[in-house]
Design a protein around this ligand. Structure first.
Ligand code: IPE
Ligand code: MG
Length: 214
């Protein structure tokens, strides 16, 4: 979800306004995903590198992350299961509590699973999974996969908005065969029409996962 800051700057607004608008886009995207029958949606909310931002922006992002979770109380009626991936350490206590609460409350819902990546880094996740795999026996692709933050299916599609063409430490293990989409649209301007086009394009891609298909 990249481009919130630039969206705000272009309007002479503080960066945090861009993040607020970004939250609106996230809600739209969740609703659209539900309507399209998508079963898993991950949103990259805060990376392990985002701590480098000014303290006030970090605080604003955590407060918004809390709002993400509050909003999702509404989603209970729609059957949204909320999962949060990332390190709990360093998070404000209130947010950490909210995360546990929402995960518990929504654990049995299955209309869609929304995975919020908060204080998330792909390298950190792999290191953490490898460490746990080593403690329990052999380190292998399977045992690393089994010790990731969650056991959701690997993503079919990864979309990055905001014009940069990189993964920025997002799901480095899981992304091995994901179809990648890079859009110049700033996240607050990302629309369901654009989302739909990406899904349509995805349906036309042939995926052979390294094998040969005719
Ligand atoms: C949102 O966009 C990303 C986060 C939620 C941390 P940015 O805050 O990176 O916006 P730009 O890239 O400065 O426009
Ligand atoms: Mg950015």
């Amino acid at each position: 979800m990249d481009g919130n800051g630039r969206w705000a700057k272009a309007r002479g607004l503080p960066r945090v306004k861009g993040h607020e608008e970004g939250l609106r886009t996230a809600r739209k995207v969740i609703d659209y995903s539900l309507a399209r029958g998508i079963k898993y949606l991950s949103l990259y909310v805060f990376s392990t590198e985002n701590w480098k931002r000014p303290q006030a922006e970090v605080a604003a992002l955590f407060s918004l992350a809390g709002k993400y979770l509050d909003d999702f109380a509404d989603f209970c009626s729609k059957g949204v299961r909320v999962v949060v991936s990332g390190e709990r350490e360093g998070l404000p206590q209130k947010l950490a509590r909210k995360i546990e609460e929402m995960q518990l409350k929504t654990a049995d819902f299955d209309a869609i699973c929304v995975n919020l990546c908060i204080n998330y880094g792909g390298r950190r996740e792999i290191a953490h999974a490898a460490q746990r795999a080593a403690q329990s026996g052999a380190v292998s692709e399977q045992s690393i996969a089994a010790n990731l933050y969650n056991n959701l299916p690997f993503p079919d599609v990864i979309v990055r908005t905001g014009g940069q063409k990189r993964l920025s430490n997002f799901m480095l293990f899981q992304a091995a065969y994901a179809e990648l989409y890079f859009s110049d649209t700033l996240w607050p301007d990302f629309s369901c029409e654009e989302y739909q086009k990406i899904l349509e394009d995805y349906c036309g891609r042939s995926r052979n996962f390294g094998a040969i298909t005719e």
